[in-house]
Design a protein around this ligand. Sequence first.
Ligand code: NAD
Length: 328
Amino acid sequence: MAKAKVVLTDYVWDSLDVEKKTLEGLAELVPLKTKTPEEFLPYIEDCDALLNTYAGPITAEVMARMPGCKIIARYGIGVDTIDLEAATKAGIIVTNNPTYCIEEVAEHVMALLLACARKVVFYDRLVRAGRWELAPGKPIFRMAGSTLGLVGFGHIGQQVAARATAFGMRVLFFDPVVEEGQHGVKAKKADLREVLSEADFVSLHPPLVPQTRRMINDETLRQMKPTAYLVNCARGPIVDTDALVRALDAKIIAGCALDTPDPEPLPDPHPLRGRENVIITPHAAWYSEQAMAGLQAGAPSEVRRVLSGQWPVNVVNPAVKGKNRAGL
Ligand code: NAD
C-alpha cells in the first residue's frame, strides 16, 4: 500500500524525530516552515493529513484544495487557525492537544503577576541602568489580600486560581459555561463587569472565538481600576491593541504583561514596546522541556490514529463523527 502523505505547515522546534517515529511505516512527512495558506497550498493538494502549529487561516477554500485530507491536527490548545464549521462541513476531523502545557501557562501567568506586582522587571532595568533606588517603583501594593479576576475559567484559569489562592489572593472569575465550585477550585463566579471593576489583576484565559475577539476594548478597559494590571497569556486578538495603548497613555490601567500580543511577533518599533509598565514575552508561556515532549507527540499520534482507522482522542468538532472523509 502506498504511504499516506502528511504535511506539516510549520513548527518551532529543532528536530522532527518524534513526528517521524510516530508516523513510521504509515506516512511520509512533508515538513514546511510556512506562515500563510498561499505558502503551503502547493504542497497539500494530495495530502491525507495536515499537521498545524501557527500557520493559517485554514479556511473552507483551503480545505477544498485538499480533497483527500482526513484530519487537521493542531499541535497546541487553541484552534483559532482553523475554521471548525467549514471542517465539519467538509468532513475533516480537527484535533488539538488540550493539556500538554496547562501547568506551564499557569506558572508563566504567576511569574507575570508577580513581576507586575513587585515591579521585578522594572527594578531590574533600573539596576542595569546603574540606579540602586527604591522610590521610582512606588507605589507597590501587597499581593496577599488583592483580587485576581479571571476571564475564562477552563483548564488554565483554574490552575492560575489554585496558585493565586496559595498567595492569599481572592479570585473572581467570569465564564459563560463553568459554574462556581464545579471543579473544586476556590473562586467566586461574577459577571464580566464585576470581575473587571473589582480586580487588581485581570488575567485572560478564554479561547479566541468571535465572542472574545477584542472583548478587552476601550469600554471594558475603562471598567478596570487605574491601579490594575492586565495579563494576556491567551490569544492576542482578545485585546484591542490600539485601545490598550490608549489606556496605557491615559493611565486608565497601571500596566500590562503580554505573552500573546497582537500582532505576533510584535513589530519593532511598536507603541507597546519600551514602556516601563509593560512586560512582553514571546509566546513562551507554553514552553518547558516536559511540555515540548507532550506537544510534539500529541498531534502526530492523532494523525496516526485516524490514518489507521481509529477515532482520535481530542476531537474539537465531534459533530463530524459518522460524517467524515476517514469513514469513522
Ligand atoms: P479551556 O478550553 O480549558 O478553557 C477556556 C474557558 O474559556 C472555558 O471554560 C470556556 O467556557 C471559557 N470561555 C468561552 N467563551 C468565553 C467568553 N466569552 N468569556 C469568558 N470565558 C469564556 O482552554 P485553556 O486550556 O484554559 O486555554 C485558555 C487559553 O490559553 C486559550 O486561548 C489558548 O489558546 C491559550 N493558550 C496559550 C498558550 C501560550 O503559550 N500563551 C498556551 C496554551 C493555551
